[in-house]
Design a protein around this ligand. Sequence first.
Ligand code: SF4
Ligand code: F3S
Length: 104
Amino acid sequence: AYVVTENCIRCTYMDCVSVCPVDCFYAGENMLVIHPDECIDCGVCEPECPAAAIFPDSDPRAGDWAALNAQYAAQWPNITQKGAPPEDADAWKDAADKRALLSA
Ligand code: SF4
Ligand code: F3S
């Protein structure tokens, strides 16, 4: 499966949601995750993310986010339509050490 990683936090552009053919994104307060059992590994979402937050779980940059995607996808609501990202999304893009900012 593909996984959403740290750089989504406080950016949530949701372009990924627009392109996913199986609607397998789940939304927390300031980050989205992918349900690993629903993702069909099409790879369409990866290049669409302006924050480059999405990787295949086999990519070293996915780190331990695969487990976190699985955990939160079971807790957060499904999201199937792109909404408005935060006004300061661009300011948070590529900010360092956003992990502690995750609202879970
Ligand atoms: Fe959806 Fe495809 Fe991305 Fe998986 S890889 S989350 S199926 S767009
Ligand atoms: Fe997050 Fe990128 Fe989607 S910032 S909401 S993974 S487009």
